[in-house]
Design a protein around this ligand. Structure first.
Ligand code: SAM
Length: 277
């Protein structure tokens, strides 16, 4: 008999994985958590029925959420990762020699523990001496740390439950305050196919706070619509004009992919077109 896990990505679209076995399953303080061994995607982390990471394509997402902003900043030393309890984004951040501290602010300690136990390819970096793990709300953390970080990466769940606050204008203002004078903020920003209104609203909110706000794209096959977006907001550097050319141990990110990621298809350009005065 075959066993399948199906993620309802929208009310009318689903994605299914053939499951070899359930490695771990629990109800944490915040969410339903599962780690599955699947036939074609390897290990899959699922939170509240939503696919967070899969062995097959996690490197695309984690490399692109980390290296684009870090290579935009002139010399990132203190980096904050909000969410990201699986450890994949911290793993990529620590590939930068300039980074002295990578702080992880993850609200759900159960995600960190499950990843430590079952997803070592993602979580191994959490034991790096430069990594400091804080279990708590990322929005509260930035509100109490003015001028603390060179780069803030928001590797959150979707805008529901505890993740909703990480898509608010108040959070973007607090993040701006928590960044140094040439700080860079970046957040995963969902699917241009299914979340266009959200993308447009977030870009407008960020433009009220940051002088430079740009969207970039990558292909993550297991996320809804496969084409995934990230929004970068910067106090000074432009992510294309000022990007540093850094050759890293990666499988997707290159300096050329960095620049190409900001070339947007017409329907995405229209989502983020500045409002006419
Ligand atoms: N890469 C995945 C994606 O793009 O869907 C998300 C990675 S990670 C698993 C997302 C994490 O955000 C979850 O572990 C969740 O607990 C955490 N999270 C949600 N809201 C949060 C908040 N307000 N503060 C800190 N972490 C939060």
């Amino acid at each position: 008999m075959e066993l399948w896990f199906t993620e309802r990505q929208t009310p009318g679209v689903a994605l299914s994985f053939q499951v070899i076995r359930t490695i771990h399953r629990e109800r944490t303080r915040y969410q339903d958590l599962a780690v599955l061994e699947t036939r074609d995607n390897g290990k899959v982390l699922v939170l509240d029925g939503c696919v967070m990471t899969t062995d097959l394509d996690e490197f695309v997402y984690h490399e692109m959420i980390a290296h684009v902003p870090l290579c935009t900043h002139p010399c990132p030393r203190r980096v904050l990762v909000i969410g990201g309890g699986d450890g994949g984004t911290v793993r990529e951040v620590l590939k930068h020699d300039s980074v002295e501290a990578a702080v992880l602010a993850e609200i759900d300690g159960g995600v960190i523990e499950a990843s430590r136990q079952h997803l070592p390819n993602l979580s191994r970096s959490l034991d790096d001496p430069r990594c400091h793990v804080m279990v708590g709300d990322g929005a509260e953390h930035v509100s109490s740390r003015p001028g603390e970080y060179d780069v803030i990466l928001c590797d959150s769940t979707d805008p529901v439950g505890p993740g909703a606050v990480l898509f608010s204008g108040g959070f973007y203002r607090a993040s701006h305050q928590s960044l140094t004078g040439d700080g860079v903020f970046c957040a995963q920003m969902e699917s241009p196919f299914f979340h266009g209104e959200l993308i447009g609203r977030v870009v407008r909110d960020l433009r009220r706070v940051f002088p430079v706000v740009r969207l970039y794209l990558a292909v993550v096959p297991t996320y809804p619509g496969a084409l995934w977006s990230f929004v970068l907001a910067s106090k000074k550097a432009d992510p294309v004009r000022d990007a540093r050319t850094v050759r890293l141990n990666t499988r997707y990110y290159t300096p050329e992919v960095h620049r190409a990621a900001f070339v947007l298809p017409k329907f995405v350009e229209e989502l983020v077109r500045p409002e006419s005065p």
